[in-house]
Write a protein that binds this ligand. Structure first.
Ligand code: PSU
Ligand code: MN
Length: 299
């Protein structure tokens, strides 16, 4: 049921850094063909930084760790790829489906292969209005349970960032800011919220990870890495776009697992593609940092 590609296996055996990558960002987060170019470039950046990438997905029912180019193409272009969170894994495998894994499912699968680092764009969190809808991403629960460090650019303000921070505190997940005291908000470098700890170098972050593991404190660590300045989007502008997209989602009664992909798509359309460019650049930035940390971890 599980296949790990040889390059990843060798890297793990030889103590070379490995960085896991999710695939929902490819299938449900970006349009084709930009998504495929992104997936390949992220892998290239990880290699250029001395590590091995492991993009994770379910291919015809097989949990696959380290996709081939052909498998990347399937996930990027196929119309009926499932969005797979933890609750969907067993079904996708049992029914021989193609599935793209979210942050939560990717963490869980990476852990099965003993991979410690993971890079993505943004994580799921507590949705605005969650006090009524109960819409809290499985990503947060997985961060509380699974010993993986996730590098992201914060979370989009389609979510309630304050409640997301509170939830992570309850779950015992430390939120690290890479060279920032402020929680990044995906398209913008800062939000009004503080991270828990600001660390300045990949080596310092690796030291924190090693310390948490030595103390046998279970659970993930969230490293938030602000989008590079030159690609960040004006806060007021993106906030108004996000509000429009949220209103449309409400009017169209979009709920559950469909809401995040719907919002990502609408934000891209409403910004005329500016948000996609920002999204691509922040992912590359996160891949580089994750590889730098992974290299320190195996030292
Ligand atoms: N946020 C983004 N881009 C994404 C996602 C979130 O900015 O592509 C994807 C990730 O795969 C994440 C998932 O794990 O959406 C969260 O979905 P939900 O909100 O349904 O838990
Ligand atoms: Mn949800």
């Amino acid at each position: 049921m599980i296949k790990i590609n040889e390059e990843v296996l060798n890297a793990l055996k030889n103590k070379q850094g490995v960085v896991a990558l999710e695939s929902t960002i490819i299938s449900h987060g970006m349009p084709y063909p930009e998504n495929l170019l992104m997936a390949k470039k992220v892998e290239r950046i990880i290699r250029e930084n001395g590590c091995v990438p492991a993009t994770i997905a379910i291919i015809e029912g097989v949990i696959t760790i380290g996709l081939t180019e052909k498998e990347l193409e399937i996930i990027a272009s196929s119309q009926n790829t499932m969005k797979v969170s933890k609750r969907d894994i067993a079904f996708a495998v049992a029914a021989n489906k193609n599935g793209a894994t979210t942050v939560s499912a990717t963490m869980l699968i990476a852990k099965m292969a003993n991979i410690e680092m993971f890079a993505t764009g943004g994580i799921g969190g507590v949705h605005r209005g969650a006090e009524n809808t109960f819409d809290i991403s499985r990503d947060l629960e997985e961060l509380s349970e699974t010993d993986i460090t996730v590098v992201c650019a914060g979370a989009k303000s389609v979510l309630d960032l304050g409640l997301t921070m509170e939830y992570l505190e309850t779950q015992g997940v430390e939120v690290i800011g890479y060279q920032t005291q402020k929680l990044p908000a995906f398209y913008t470098r800062e939000s009004e919220f503080n991270v828990n700890y600001c660390l300045e170098t990949p080596a310092e972050i690796a030291r924190l990870i090693k310390t948490k593991r030595k103390l046998q404190l279970s659970g993930g660590i969230l490293v938030t890495n602000p989008i590079p300045k030159e690609y960040s989007i004006d806060e007021k502008y993106i906030e108004s776009i996000i509000n429009d997209a949220l209103k449309e989602a409400k009017d169209q009664k979009i709920v559950g697992k469909d809401i995040t992909p719907f919002l990502l798509k609408r934000i891209k359309e409403l910004t005329g593609g500016i948000s996609l460019k920002a999204n691509l650049e922040l992912v590359y930035n996160n891949a580089m940092l994750a590889a730098q940390i992974a290299k320190e971890l195996v030292k």
